[in-house]
Ligand binder design. Structure first.
Ligand SMILES: [Zn+2]
Length: 141
């Protein structure tokens, strides 16, 4: 009994909830928006793509690379990965988290229908790609 409860909890944390989402214009090109309200803590979508080794990754750059460990990076620039449209925000409503080698987008707070999904891309990415152009997130604008 305890075991099955534990399993159920584990499953729900990293199982995307099949929420209705849509890609639409946002302040910074395209973004991913909620079409329905999403409860706090919900797993929204998995960030999927092609695994790239650290050696290869050194020769690549771009906003779709997601480092999941010291050795592996996910190249999320594939059509089957709508999570690649989620933009950076310094005051995000989502976070990226997951068991080793995988990335899931989780709701940090309740998200209303029509809201754009955002997460914090991290200091390294921010300094390299966002800071030079100026951050255009809700908090910085
Ligand atoms: Zn910002």
């Amino acid at each position: 009994m305890v075991c099955s409860l534990f399993m159920a909890k584990r499953k729900s944390k990293y199982t995307p909830g099949n929420f209705a989402l849509r890609v639409a214009r946002s302040g910074t090109g395209r973004g991913l928006f909620a079409k329905e309200s999403i409860p706090k803590g919900a797993c929204i979508i998995e960030y999927t793509g092609k695994p790239v080794s650290a050696a290869k990754q050194e020769h690549m750059s771009g906003r779709y690379l997601f480092e999941v460990s010291k050795k592996v990076t996910i190249d999320g620039n594939v059509p089957s990965n709508p999570a690649r449209y989620i933009n950076h925000s310094c005051k995000p409503n989502c976070e990226a988290d997951g068991p080793s080698g995988r990335v899931f987008i989780l709701a940090l707070r309740k998200i209303k229908a029509g809201e754009e999904l955002t997460y914090d891309y991290g200091e390294e990415y921010f300094d390299e790609h966002i800071k030079p152009k100026g951050c255009r997130c809700i908090k910085c604008k």
